[in-house]
Design a protein around this ligand. Structure first.
Ligand SMILES: [Zn+2]
Length: 96
């Protein structure tokens, strides 16, 4: 997110894109530091976008993976019970 601020040296309008702590003024060429709250806000936004990735990973690991494993386990359980039924039918034929 780009924020506008005035260069403290020459007063020209500059845009802070949230990258790094300083911006080179387009007009006087000096390295100027944007207002502190803009730098802080940009840092918070960078950190929270990283946090979102971790939250998504956490949700996948905690909720989605067990659901997939549970679903796979259910399928194996159904297959095993079908095999068991078939085996008992087969055994009853053999046993007469
Ligand atoms: Zn300037």
């Amino acid at each position: 997110m780009a924020s506008r601020f005035k260069c403290p040296n020459c007063g020209a309008p500059n845009t802070y894109k949230g990258e790094g702590d300083t911006v080179q003024c387009k007009y006087c060429g000096s390295e100027v530091r944007p207002p502190e709250e803009m730098v802080t806000k940009a840092t918070v936004e960078r950190v929270s976008s990283k946090a979102k990735v971790w939250i998504i990973l956490f949700i996948v690991v905690v909720f989605v993976l067990p659901t997939c494993i549970g679903f796979g386990g259910t399928l194996i359980g159904i297959a095993a019970s079908i095999l068991g039924v078939l085996a008992s039918i087969f055994a009853s034929f053999i046993g007469g």
